[in-house]
Design a binder for this molecule. Structure first.
Ligand code: GAR
Length: 196
């Protein structure tokens, strides 16, 4: 059984989908803890499923590296095989990335390398993109620059606003994230090979 720690910053709809999917013992992965950089609403999903949570806020630390060290101590307590960033809106410093990558993946609401960063859906709309989507990738030391694992396209409709477009992306994102974690758990995706 692949043990997974999920990190979130917001509403946690991707987390909730993963919690539901991993309830099935045949899935092959189990979420052992959920962490956040703030007291995020989405932590309630974990609590409902009886999964332990932790919050480590960067504001309490002098440096990002010191913050990451305490975040890692919390994560390591649960001995995960995989860390999933599911709407975790902080850039992780190199001591963190170096400790876990390639077993550290992120889901991002665009077709990378287009529209990296924290406002991918808005940026796609402002750029007049006709198509955007979602990318699941291995986290490296850049901002959304790591090797791609899976992508799915989503059409931008003429009267889309940011919320509506993001919600349609999230429908695809949840399915893609579940499939990706399942395929990692079932050894159909080899993260070490993808990161070479
Ligand atoms: C997701 O769409 C995720 O791709 C995005 O935040 C959303 C979180 O939604 N992440 C980023 O933009 C990272 N740069 P959720 O909290 O409902 O799962």
């Amino acid at each position: 059984m692949l043990s997974v720690v999920v990190l979130i910053s917001g509403s946690g709809s991707n987390l909730n989908a993963l919690l539901e999917a991993t309830e099935n013992p045949l899935f092959g992965a189990k979420i052992v803890a959920v962490g956040s950089d703030n007291p995020a609403d989405g932590l309630a999903h974990a609590e409902r499923f009886g999964v332990p949570t932790f919050v480590v806020s960067p504001g309490s630390f002098d440096t990002r590296e010191n913050w990451a060290t305490v975040l890692m101590a919390n994560i390591n307590h649960f001995k995960p095989d995989l860390i999933v960033l599911a709407g975790f809106m902080r850039i992780l410093p190199s001591n963190f990335v170096g400790a876990y990558s390639p077993n550290l993946i992120n889901t991002h609401p665009s077709l990378l390398p287009q529209f990296p960063g924290g406002h991918a859906v808005r940026d796609a709309l402002y750029a007049g993109a006709k198509t955007t989507g979602v990318t699941i990738h291995i986290v490296d030391e850049g901002v959304d620059t790591g090797p791609h694992i899976a992508q799915r396209e989503v059409e931008v409709l003429p009267d889309d606003n940011e919320f509506e477009l993001h919600e349609r992306i999230k429908v695809q994102e949840r399915e893609l994230l579940i499939n990706t974690v399942r395929d990692i758990a079932q050894n159909k995706i080899n993260l070490a090979a993808i990161s070479k």
